[in-house]
Write a new protein. Structure first.
Ligand SMILES: Cc1ncc(C[n+]2csc(CCOP(=O)(O)OP(=O)(O)O)c2C)c(N)n1
Ligand SMILES: Cc1ncc(C[n+]2csc(CCOP(=O)(O)OP(=O)(O)O)c2C)c(N)n1
Ligand code: SF4
Ligand code: SF4
Ligand SMILES: [Mg+2]
Ligand SMILES: [Mg+2]
Lengths: 350, 612, 612, 350
């Protein structure tokens, strides 16, 4: 890093030993989401997890695009950048390359991150910069007051689709995996524990972490995920992915998922036909399996997979960039402008 | 061997032309570098097709490289050429129009076989049908002579054919009395790992020289003495290289890392290529997925304390405008380089034009003022880039740095600046917590503090929504918005206090003032000089800063009876001048993908002088 | 019951203000529709925050709706309001400044409880501390009265609270003597499937009316007679709806399908919403993944023979500029609607501004001329969209149709046009093979033929590279490029032959000419009218076409001593006028996210008149 | 469709019975690619296949972005649109919605279609318009003279990456599948037969067809795919996917691919340990399997899968749009502007 930036960093007092609390991560700005919005929970969980991440506030940056979700950085008492629609991942990439020392977080929505920002999203994932992406999926455009989004279910009636939408929705996990992501997860606004765990894991992951968070927009798409979050339905509708564990679900943990050929199917563990040993066992490190699990997402009759689909290691972009720079310096010496200007064919006029 | 006559010349213009696969750009560049080292002043114009390697022999596949050099001051690549090296019939057809009457043609006879003649649309062979009688024609079987030189090497015919440009180069070296050593060195380096090709090229180069020396075809050699340039160490440099180095110099003098976020596009890609070489200068180059990611990544890097830069051409700027607006709002330094090309739309991607000025000035939603500077000559790209960076850092603003295809690819001798004499432009990062507000402004520059992530206690948030004065909080109040819009405009206006007053070349008042900007500098200068030599009352005002303009521009304009504004567009600067100063300026407009010829401007001035 | 006094008024301005969850936009719209039906002339100004539903009681969460109506001609939503309905303390705080001295306040006392007072930053209750003494204050416990009206219905307190805006509406209906029937009908329709809510709203509406009728609080009722509008059938219409309908009408009259490629953005989304309702009109609406796909899909549809349209606001235009350049090059019809909002960057998304004019005129790389038309009033959006479509189809060109947030969301009574009287604007698709060339031009309009895929024998290819004149083949020749650049410019210039001459409102010469464009029409008209009533020599020139301008604009300007150009930006049209006509026009600029008040323009004219 | 367009279509003479030939699809424009470029073969195969597709020339439209590959439309004697960089899929979408009667083809490059145009690509795939996309993958930017592309192998030395590129390349097939594409295929410029078959299948597919074509750029990236196309290596380096058939490859057809857990592995069919019955059997209709096969792409030691990964049916966007319009007309009657203008609350001023 440049001399000037290094000076700043050196001059910074050593991080205090005192552990921070969630409160330390609350900014002085009024939170302006609608009362009841699922964003509140995500904010709370993030603030709760941050102290455990163990990075001081001033070394954290939250970057967002445009949307309700993208207001997030204002509420974090860290550095923040509220960008333009769809470009948070690109802004974050530049920052991370320039400053690998920072902990960089992107907050985006299903419109911001997958509609207008879809291209930057797939590219950051293949590049694998060490950035954590929280994608608030409410299956709607909140800020612009309720048009359908790329994750809205087909046939959705919204302001812009009074006859029902025609587009088949993205399966964000599959898209991320198809983009060669190294960390792909899904969690729920109404499951604080799971969300905290997932955010923590994302923070720990070296490389781009893609976390889809099902988020209720109670104004324009109320209840979109209630089946997966509300008491009476969630146990039968969600299967939590846990590394090394078989895919069991149901209130009584009496159901499981096995592969029939390549097709996942739900089996009962009660009728004696199948046992836990027949079930699919999750392995976060298996790219092929991760596709199989992600592909379960919209399959009728199959519970919604939630958890960490994949968490693998691959070289991190900005580190390799730094390595090239170190290599070049070693090989050619620290760049010298005077030498460069006078290099090659020159001549003197008297 | 007969003694050859040696003739002294003040200046010469040579054009190398052939198929895009014939290596004409390489030949021209080698001739240029050698000529530069000899101390000539010079100016070049590469001119190549949009196709990578169009089918051999076709008119649209012709690639040309023109160099104008002399012992006098050289400001343009030459209105017409004195010598045309035509590797085939198509090259002759396309370029004959630019040869002066009585000029010299060196033609590769093999390039005029039936197939080539047909492809070029000739019904008879111009080398033999007498149609070139008014020129001095040398028909040389370059292809065959090259083959002969390599006879015993057992090379593929493709490789043999690829060497023939060195034959032409060797001949021209002989004819203009230039040393072969620099090119020999270059060949040795370049093909160090390909000994066969190295050997072949060296042989053919020398064969070309020897051909001039030993045959009786050429009766004269020419001598072009060194130019009387200001003393110092020189190098030859293209605009794109100078631009890259100017950015690097600025980053060093700012004690910052340079971060380039860019997406390839002709004719800007070479800046990306150049900068990506200098990793040992801590230059970080990022080839993004598109132009939007190019600029937004650069802005992200700026947020982190780098000198963020993005380079592109017009269609790329179109995609970046939303992000430029964001940069205006968040007030971070950012340098946006536009190497302009022929438009609109994809237009003429490999040709030059200066039709993106209004885009730079006004091409954004809302009131989003951005400083705009334009380079005047290839070497001046260094200074323009440095200056753009200085302003960006000092005023916390995006800055447009305009160049064009002609400047970017063209080259000239450059008096190497003393790097140590360049000013320190390092910013003061804010570290003091006490009294910190992200939008509290410097009294003089009106710029806001730059507080980078990693600084304890200065956590803050920026973004594209309107900001409250001082606190930087999101704010929708009517009065605040009005205030901030005017404040941002004022900040840019104040840069006028920080740039030199405009200088008239020639008398400070008179009949005609020719006002120009950007790459037309050389052509205007030549035209005005000729008029002054003819005793006419004509002066030249070159505007380096287009926004804000130097404070004395109005004053200067009012002192002339006529103001004429030559531009390679349909009239863009002229709109600004007329609106700002209400002067009845007239335009001279050319939109041909080519630079002005000095004569075109000279004639226009004549018209005006006559009409007065 | 005591007899209430009835007072006659020529015009009144009422502002409804409350939390963004309080339904003020709905209340205002209902009052507007009923008022329209009564035959008043009117103009409205919705004014809502960027947040969807900001926390209750906060200053930034206040949502307002102003309506100015009368028996006279109404051109603006009113400089100040006569009546302020404030549902809570924050609403009072934010809006009190716009209330005339002696004006009426109707305040919901429950909205002034301690919590609300604190959130609004009041230290004492203005309803009781005497600070509002200069106004006529009616403190009504609307919340409680609403609850009482619904007492026996056993509704959730949330639902009860949501009905209270109807109480306010009922009161205002009573006070201004408007019938409740239209709103009753609306409620019945809207909540047909929610009988409880329907019943609640109906009850509360009537309770509000009865409250006015029976209590002794209000001593006067007002009567505002119908305006003397030209005879015919009228409806109330917002600018965005009018724009959508104008496009549909154009498509019908062109015998083409309408294709809209768009991406949601405030304040343009409502056009998308509106158009997506009319599938039975063969309107195809496509919510694309971004603005670029919005416009390029529209261009693809145009290639196929549809009327391609894209709608957006400034930041969206920024993203579309590359594609607009492509449309210029391929010469296909395309209508680009920009509902302008506060900038730069994300700026003030829900506020109005007219700062995208230069972007529309010049915001592209290369010489890429695009016709630009701007709507003057909400209803005029219909005509502007129709005219933009006509020109796009006739001249095979992209056309900018500018509106703004004020026009788009505002409404006015509209004399419904006779659809059958609208001109046939159907294009002639080329079908004749003989002599077909894709860039062969019509002698008069210079437009090229429109040959759609599916036509046998006319297979051809278009694209963004420079085209050869007539053949349309890719062409890089210098002369052809220059020719084509000028031809495209000329094509757009010739549209001036096809649009009406500009009309001065007022005398054709005199002291002051006020020149405006777009949504400032009403305010300028009011201000000029007042001056003329005061006997001053002031005239008004409204420019509907910004590019090309009507042929007589210069002529008109030269006939006035002073030219003043009020704009909701820092001076954009004025730049064009000064550059084009060299007139020393002066600007009046306001960039507050709000429309002009007539008085602001009136005062500026006074200043100029005094200074002369 | 509108009256005017319908008139044109009705007026068109009936398609002639005479079968067209490849020549009928050659335009009068000079082909301007570098001699030896792989694009020539793709052009030739396309022109050869078109007569079999059976749609008259004037009902075909080729749309492209910018790049060497994107010059393609000029050479087809059909309607054509050379767009701007990355936007061909979006232009094509608009055209297809407006004119479902046309046969619409997109020609794009790895830069055009996956770098700047990545977003439109993933969105057209999920929407499933009936458009055929030919993506010429030469793993380089040709037209701008040799920068690395999103499919370039990591570490690639190019003009813009003299120290080697850092990005992990896209696997186009996986990206397409992750975008919920309905037809995904890969073919080779130097295998004319396979290419012809694949293009024909793409044309037949109702929905968006995504065809990746490995294409040699002999000037800037010569030999990038020689391993998969040249005689001495191709048999051992490529496994062709054929519906219903086991994955066998090798010059002697003596090797195969089986799944070990979820990991594909190469097995010999000669040593008696494994037989054809143990091998993975291809099924074009199985989305899960398609992911497994696509994921094989960059796996070391595994031959490159070539062929049709997936070909499934899903409703076609523009047809559903047309259906909504028909439905609306049925329900509300053909739209009448006079009625609309006078609908709702109106009043008369005398
Ligand atoms: C260039 C641009 N286009 C469009 C918009 C308008 N816009 C703002 S947010 C948004 C979508 C928000 O949806 P999502 O990302 O899902 O966020 P949410 O509000 O649902 O959290 C849109 C279309 C914009 N601000 N800028
Ligand atoms: C907006 C824009 N950005 C950049 C370019 C420059 N450009 C033209 S083609 C191209 C990449 C071509 O690569 P690819 O799509 O792989 O096509 P190929 O030439 O390899 O066939 C680029 C960067 C452009 N024309 N327009
Ligand atoms: S609109 Fe929806 S997503 Fe946005 S703040 Fe309100 S509830 Fe949350
Ligand atoms: S540069 Fe490469 S891709 Fe382009 S035409 Fe030449 S060989 Fe083909
Ligand atoms: Mg959303
Ligand atoms: Mg490529």
């Amino acid at each position: 890093m440049s001399t000037l930036v290094e000076e700043i960093l050196k001059a910074a007092p050593p991080a205090s030993d005192q552990k921070m609390t969630a409160k330390d991560f609350q900014s002085d700005q009024d939170v302006r989401w609608c009362p009841g919005c699922g964003d509140y929970s995500i904010l709370a969980q993030t603030q709760r997890v941050m102290p455990d991440v163990g990075i001081p506030r001033h070394q954290m940056v939250f970057i967002s695009g445009i949307g309700c979700s993208s207001r997030f950085p204002y509420y974090m008492n860290t550095y923040g950048f509220h960008g333009i629609h769809g470009r948070a991942t690109a802004i974050a990439s530049g920052l991370k390359m320039a400053r690998p020392d920072l902990s960089v977080w992107v907050v985006t929505g299903d419109g911001d991150g997958l509609s207008i920002g879809g291209n930057h999203m797939i590219h950051i994932l293949r590049r694998n910069l060490d950035i954590n992406i929280l994608l608030f999926n409410n299956q709607i455009y909140g800020l612009t007051k309720g048009q359908y989004s790329p994750t809205s279910e087909k046939g959705k009636i919204t302001k812009s689709t009074p006859y029902g939408s025609l587009d088949y929705p993205f399966n964000p996990a599959a898209l991320a995996l198809g983009s060669s992501a190294t960390f792909v997860a899904r969690t729920l606004d109404r499951d604080p524990k799971h969300m905290q765990y997932t955010i923590k894991r994302a923070a720990e992951h070296k490389g781009t972490s893609f976390v889809e968070i099902y988020q209720n927009c109670n104004v324009f798409n109320d209840g979109a995920f209630f089946q997966f979050t509300e008491k009476d339905t969630k146990d039968d509708s969600v299967v939590f992915l846990e590394h090394g564990k078989p895919l069991v679900f149901g209130k009584e943990k009496d159901k499981g998922i096995r592969l029939n050929g390549f097709s996942p199917e739900v089996v009962s563990l009660k009728d004696g036909k199948w046992s836990v040993n027949d079930l699919l066992v999750h392995n976060e490190k298996d790219t092929t399996l991760s596709f199989i699990l992600a592909d379960m997402t919209y399959k009728p009759g199959i519970p919604r997979p939630v958890g960490i689909f994949l968490a693998i290691d691959r070289p991190v972009y900005e580190e390799e960039m730094a390595r090239q720079i170190a290599f070049a310096k070693e090989k050619r010496g620290e760049g010298d402008m005077v030498k460069l200007l006078n290099s090659g064919d020159t001549w003197v006029v008297q | 061997m007969p003694e050859k006559t040696v003739q002294n010349l003040d200046e010469v213009t040579i054009r190398f032309a052939g198929d895009s696969g014939d290596g004409m750009q390489l030949t021209g560049t080698q001739f240029t570098n050698t000529t530069a080292i000899l101390g000539n002043d010079l100016s070049t114009l590469p001119d190549y097709p949009a196709e990578i390697r169009a089918p051999a022999g076709t008119l649209f596949g012709v690639s040309g490289f023109q160099i104008h050099f002399g012992s006098t001051e050289i400001n343009t690549p030459g209105d017409q050429c004195d010598v045309l090296v035509a590797m085939n019939a198509a090259a002759l057809k396309v370029n004959l129009g630019s040869l002066i009457d009585g000029g010299t043609i060196i033609a590769n006879t093999e390039g005029f076989n039936d197939k080539n003649l047909k492809l070029a649309g000739y019904t008879s062979n111009p080398l033999t049908d007498g149609s070139l009688d008014k020129y001095r024609l040398y028909a040389v079987d370059i292809t065959k002579l090259t083959a002969l030189a390599l006879q015993d090497m057992n090379l593929s015919s493709k490789l043999v054919d690829r060497s023939k440009n060195f034959f032409a180069l060797g001949m021209m070296y002989w004819m203009y009395n230039r040393p072969m050593e620099p090119t020999i060195e270059w060949i040795k380096n370049k093909f160090a790992n390909k000994p066969e090709i190295k050997e072949a090229n060296l042989r053919v180069l020398k064969a070309g020289w020897n051909y001039g020396e030993t045959t009786e075809i050429f009766s004269v050699r020419y001598e072009v003495g060194p130019a009387k340039l200001p003393p110092g160490r020189y190098r030859n440099i293209t605009g794109n290289q100078a631009l890259a180095w100017g950015l690097m110099a600025a980053a060093k003098k700012a004690k910052l890392d340079l971060f380039l976020g860019s997406y390839p596009i002709t004719p800007a890609s070479d800046v990306l290529h150049e900068l990506s070489l200098y990793k040992n200068f801590s230059v970080k180059t990022f080839q993004a997925e598109d132009e939007i990611a190019g600029i937004t990544s650069a802005l992200g890097a700026s947020f982190g304390g780098a000198l963020g830069v993005t380079t592109t051409s017009g269609p790329g700027v179109a995609l970046k405008t939303e992000a430029i607006g964001l940069a205006v709002m968040v007030e971070l330094p950012l340098v946006i380089c536009n190497i302009q090309r022929g438009g609109p739309s994809t237009g003429l991607p490999t040709k030059t034009e200066q039709a993106d000025l209004l885009q730079a000035l006004y091409g954004r939603n809302g009131e989003a003022p951005v400083p705009v500077i334009a380079a005047a000559t290839p070497a001046d790209c260094f200074d323009a880039a440095f200056e753009a960076s200085r302003i960006a850092l000092k005023y916390m603003t995006p800055v447009f740095c305009l160049s064009d295809g002609y400047l970017g690819n063209g080259s000239e001798p450059w008096l190497i600046p003393d790097f140590n004499e360049l000013p320190d432009i390092s910013p003061k990062f804010r570290t003091e917590k006490e009294g910190f507000f992200p939008y509290l402004r410097d009294d003089k520059t009106l710029s806001r503090p730059w507080a980078i992530p990693g600084t304890p206690g200065l956590e803050h948030r920026i973004g594209g929504l309107e900001k409250q004065h001082i606190t930087g909080n999101v704010n929708y109040e009517p009065q605040n918005h009005d205030f901030m819009v005017r404040l941002r405009a004022e900040k840019v206006e104040r840069i006028a206090n920080d740039i030199p007053l405009a200088q008239v070349e020639g008398d400070a008042s008179g009949d005609v003032l020719v006002v120009g900007w950007g790459g037309t500098y050389g052509a205007i200068k030549s035209a005005v000089t000729r008029h002054r030599q003819r005793g006419n009352s004509v002066s030249h005002l070159h505007l380096r800063w287009l926004n804000p303009m130097p404070k004395n521009v109005g004053e200067i304009l009012y002192k002339f009876k006529h103001v004429v504004v030559p531009e390679l567009n349909l009239g863009q600067l002229i709109k600004v001048l007329r609106a700002k100063f209400l002067v009845p300026a007239v335009g001279l407009n050319k939109v041909q993908g080519l630079p002005f010829k000095a004569i075109e401007i000279e004639n226009k001035i004549d018209e005006i002088l006559k009409g007065k």
